[in-house]
Design a binder for this molecule. Sequence first.
Ligand code: ACO
Length: 401
Amino acid sequence: CVDIAKLPKETGCFTYDPGFGATASCKSAITYIDGDAGVLLYRGYPIEQLAEKSSFTEVAYLLMHGELPNALQLSGFEHEVTHHSMMHEAFRTFLYGFRHDAHPMAMLTGMLGSLASFYHNDLNIEDPEQRRLAAIRLIAKIPTIAAACHRYSIGWPIRYPRNNLEYTTRFLHMMMEVPSEPLELNPVAAKALDLLFILHADHEQNASTSTVRLVGSTGANPYVSVAAGVAALWGPAHGGANEAVLKMLGEIGRPENVQSAVDKAKDKESGFRLMGFGHRVYKNFDPRAKIIREMTYKVLGELGVNDPLLDVAMKLEEAALKDDYFVQRKLYPNVDFYSGIIYKALGIPVEMFTVMFAIARTAGWVSHWLEQQNDPENRIGRPRQVYTGAPTRDYVGIAQR
Ligand code: ACO
């Protein structure tokens, strides 16, 4: 590992690394991934242990502060996150300006960016306490904003956060219709969503987190930095994959159609990829996918949901894992492969899947933003390029062209 910044300028060292496959853009103490061994640690704690024993708010505290909270610290943190969960009333007018059928990720990006217009003027990002408060506000408000986007898009009245509920249950309550047996009060649903939030909370320098850091490196406020992260997350190669997986499974439709989908994905000319397969860093099984896979059976069983797409997904995984093309390229199911099936079982509409990811990842984004603001080595992010355009030439007047 060469620290190019420390090489003498005279070496003229310059690297070309499209997609940053071999370039570290920062130092970070938040999340560790060993892609060959399939290891993921948040602040040193294995994801498997956190998934089994922790809660999303505890994990959010851990990511932000570096240590697990004691009981008093956790209740203080949860109190603050609850206290800041309301949206300014003017947000409603802003939200109602969107087309009724706007994608919730489009609305979320705009709404989060607009938080800057409410909180930026008074924000002094030199002050660590104000930075911490901005991070809390983002974690607290994103479920309220996300649920409001969903309810607006289907024409339901917006629900205010119920502060006697904890984070995940509060979100489900704001999001869902009131069914006769309220899903939001179903502990299986709340526990499943909390676990998905833990698994999605951070993943070091992925495209969206790097985007948050790049915007943050300019001194821009945390609200627009995180809004930029949401925009980056939306793409189907990143967080948009969970929505794309469910669409793909629906299109495959039946287990007997799986082989032709696998064959199509191997044909480069087709432009089709198996969504939910492959990862830049994991060249072994994604440890989050392992946990989600087990959880899918449990949650569907406990909720009494019989989803034929699960059979398609299992068959697809089996076919791909036996296929030389996927084996040689080390393409395994990633975190998004099974998560959509669980979201669907919880009654969350497909277009909200990436929004779910964004709610969870906000904990990671704000932790990276805080770490960056504290980092004495933080400089404005400014990649270079390899110029491939025309050499110097003289301007030609329009009549002579
Ligand atoms: N289906 C078929 N072939 C694939 C797939 C796939 N899902 N993913 C990669 N490949 C092939 C590529 O065509 C390439 O083949 P080649 O070496 O013969 O040219 C090889 O595997 C390497 O692929 P790259 O695109 O170079 O890998 P990269 O690390 O740049 O991309 C990515 C990783 C974006 C995740 C990719 O695997 C992909 O597009 N997967 C599908 C989308 C997806 O599931 N994204 C979610 C990722 S996890 C997350 O962000 C939460």
